[in-house]
Design a protein around this ligand. Sequence first.
Ligand SMILES: [Zn+2]
Ligand SMILES: [Zn+2]
Length: 256
Amino acid sequence: MKKRIKVTFLGTAGGRVVTFRLIRRSGGFLIDFGSALFHVDPGPGAFVYLKEKGISYTSIDLIVLSHIHLDHSADLNTLIEACTDGGKRKGLGLVAPESALKGEDRVLLPYLIKRLSFVETLKEGKEISFKGIPVKAVMRHTHHGVETYGLSFAKDAIVYLTCARYERKMLEAYPKNPNLLIINTTFYRKRSHIDHLSVEEVKELIAHCRPNLTVLTHFSMEMLQEGPEKIARDLGRELSLEVVSAHDGMELEVPS
Ligand SMILES: [Zn+2]
Ligand SMILES: [Zn+2]
């Protein structure tokens, strides 16, 4: 039987209003490869939502940050304490942009570095292997001047197109036919002064990459008003692709 990868969305909020008025939850998502559990972008509340879901902190092997913005990183330090059981459990890894670890905007508390057994920084095109699972920084995004990377896990089994300004080079940089594409679809209409994707741009990207399954997430207030379920359904119908919108707590499985 072919192995399955399980993905759990702790939160699906995007933008300041939905995240920080707690209209939807934040907290990122988990990827369970069976042999290792990754937590990607543990935003505010991740610590609580994991407990609520009955996911043991000490089952998490790797924390991955796409960028330092608070909606992606707020619970990083709390989780390092929780996942290492206050430093007693060895083996936790962190993969993040260098700006998360060094410099005045760093989000990792320096005294917690010693809790980590594995630390790697992301760079455009760089591939890291953790417990035999490849993690690749597909490309560096333009995103409000912050070092931000789109990510590919397990050789494009799962691709995460995080917050970004749309750029044509994405069409070439992102792999074709990933099993699952998670794409931060923050706006319905394009806002030229904000570095986030709109539905029209997401449509262009998925029409080009043709993932086996696309999950829209990271919704602004505008997206919630327009209805993410309907948007996903319409995109799927127009492009003859499977497209769904994420909701808080959603779980799904994809082939490895
Ligand atoms: Zn951001
Ligand atoms: Zn964001």
